[in-house]
Design a protein around this ligand. Structure first.
Ligand code: HEC
Ligand code: HEC
Ligand code: HEC
Ligand code: HEC
Ligand code: HEC
Length: 202
């Protein structure tokens, strides 16, 4: 940097115009930096949607624990996410499915009872629980659970050990590379179709 300045100041005659230009460029750069810094609250807010894994799970209407239901109670994934083998979405269970058990299961700790009371309240008022969706591909990507479940791909291969978590993280690392890595490993006669852009971008 010092060298650059010295060379610039040492420039004689017709090339002195470069000094104001250099200062001008420096000012513009400084202004852009200031703008970026001032803009940063909104740009960080936007970038959270791009981050593959956010540290905090979103607030859900009920503190639902997969670990309690899958590991301790032993309920199968497909009992609750019953649409996965036949449709695009796996689906989040309705209040009705929760109340089938929680009409009688009240919970053992005060905290569990308070959470289960929210399910009963929603059921009595006839309103759905508004779960926030965390695994969400952009709209320009076509995905369906059906062919994967049919081909025997397990939930864990894409979602990780959700059944052992109290709260699944906000997002999973479902990038295009993640999809393609597995598609390339399929039976050779199927690979061409599985890596074809139109398969996932209709
Ligand atoms: C090949 C990867 C893959 C497999 C296998 C898979 N999922 Fe998914 N799952 C996804 C993707 C991708 C999304 C997001 C879809 C979207 O946003 O369009 C998703 C979304 C979901 C959702 C959110 C609600 C919805 O349906 O969009 C649930 C719940 C879910 N999966 C459960 C399951 C369960 C249970 C299994 C096993 C029976 C399973 N998934 C197997 C990739 C997979
Ligand atoms: C097949 C029965 C069954 C279904 C279906 C079911 N649960 Fe549970 N749930 C249980 C059992 C058993 C417990 C443990 C309760 C206990 O130890 O007293 C439990 C515990 C809970 C707890 C307290 C967890 C804790 O922190 O201890 C909450 C909250 C809860 N369930 C929410 C739900 C929601 C929401 C649904 C629907 C999406 C649901 N449950 C569906 C059986 C079920
Ligand atoms: C008792 C019902 C129940 C069972 C059993 C269950 N889930 Fe869930 N699952 C839910 C509910 C309710 C939510 C929404 C709340 C949340 O995201 O924590 C959910 C959310 C999810 C999500 C995140 C969806 C999103 O928002 O992107 C995935 C992935 C998932 N479940 C996979 C599984 C897998 C895999 C299993 C089996 C190992 C399983 N679930 C078993 C009820 C259940
Ligand atoms: C762990 C392996 C695996 C991952 C990860 C995976 N897939 Fe697949 N995918 C498969 C298999 C296996 C099939 C079924 C191939 C067959 O037998 O026809 C399939 C089929 C499909 C099909 C249907 C293709 C057709 O024949 O019409 C689509 C669409 C698809 N995958 C999209 C995705 C997308 C999008 C992702 C990433 C979010 C993804 N897949 C991630 C293994 C995977
Ligand atoms: C197996 C499914 C699959 C196939 C095949 C596939 N894509 Fe994608 N593509 C995705 C997914 C999933 C995303 C979203 C990735 C993300 O959000 O990180 C994506 C994102 C993109 C994007 C946006 C990138 C970005 O940074 O936002 C472009 C452009 C794209 N794909 C082009 C292509 C082209 C061109 C092909 C064919 C050579 C192709 N894709 C084949 C699944 C696929």
């Amino acid at each position: 940097m010092v060298h650059a300045w010295k060379r610039l100041l040492a420039l004689g005659g017709r090339r002195r115009w470069m000094i104001p230009t250099f200062l001008g460029v420096a000012l513009v750069v400084a202004a852009v930096v200031v703008l970026l810094v001032v803009e940063s609250p909104s740009s960080t807010a936007q970038s959270t949607t791009v981050e593959p894994i956010a540290p905090q799970p979103p607030a859900q209407p009920v503190r639902f624990s997969h670990k309690v239901h899958v590991e301790q109670v032993g309920i199968a994934c497909l009992y609750c996410h019953s649409n996965a083998p036949r449709g695009q979405v796996a689906s989040i269970p309705s209040v009705e499915k929760c109340i089938a058990c929680h009409a009688v299961i009240e919970g053992q700790t005060p905290q569990a009872r308070a959470e289960i009371a929210k399910i009963r309240d929603a059921w009595e008022r006839g309103v759905p629980l508004q779960w926030e969706k965390k695994t969400d591909l952009p709209d320009f990507v076509y995905f369906s659970h059906q062919p994967h479940i049919k081909a025997g791909v397990s939930c864990v291969e894409c979602h990780g050990q959700v059944g052992s978590t109290d709260m699944p993280p906000r997002n999973f690392n479902m990038t295009m590379g993640f999809c393609l890595d597995c598609h390339r490993q399929q039976a050779p006669e199927k690979v061409a179709k599985l890596v074809d852009c139109a398969t996932c971008h209709k």
